[in-house]
Write a protein that binds this ligand. Structure first.
Ligand code: NI
Length: 174
């Protein structure tokens, strides 16, 4: 396994649209394993392939307390959405240290292929439901900050660019 580099907003590659996985083979299983390791290392609860610059429909999620119940979603589709909505403060490994409220469906049913290529359906709620919707947005090239007002988004963009610049300078001085 290997940890992958996570793209950081406003990297334009975060806006690419992911294509469906044609066949769940050893390459895809390796990607899943690397994404799981990358997500755990970064202490995240979800990661989409888009965020590691692979533009195929692969998502990993783990919202369990012990981080031992990974949910792998390949070619995911929402087959049901609740009318009820929830507002949750979201974060993203591609937008570190930024947390903003976003409205989502409270419950969804997702159909997908698992790591073995088997089709399954899962009804999820709470943080997992928020996560599934957040990660599926990534596959469509959408980052959660795009739900915010243009002003807020611009402030985040400036903050992220400034932080990336500072980190680059620190690295050069080290
Ligand atoms: Ni994200």
């Amino acid at each position: 396994m290997a940890t992958l580099t996570i793209l950081r907003y406003p990297d334009p590659r975060l806006h690419k649209i992911a294509r469906p996985v044609a066949v769940v083979d050893a390459r895809i299983r390796q990607l899943v394993d690397d994404m799981l390791e990358t997500m755990r290392e970064a202490d995240g609860v979800g990661l989409a392939a888009t965020q590691v610059d692979v533009h195929e429909q692969v998502i990993v999620i783990d919202t369990s307390q012990q981080r031992d119940q990974p949910l792998v979603l390949i070619n995911p589709e929402l087959v049901w959405r609740s009318d009820e909505r929830v507002i949750h403060e979201e974060g993203c490994l591609s937008v570190p240290a930024i947390f903003e409220k976003v409205q989502r469906h409270a419950e969804v049913t997702v159909a997908a292929l698992d790591r073995e290529g088997q089709r399954f359906e899962r009804r999820v709620e709470g943080l997992t439901a928020v996560c599934v919707q957040h990660e599926m947005d990534h596959l469509l090239g959408k980052v959660f900050v795009e739900y915010l007002s243009p002003l807020k988004r611009e402030r985040i963009r400036i903050k992220m660019n400034k932080r990336t610049r500072e980190e680059l300078q620190e690295r050069q001085q080290a």
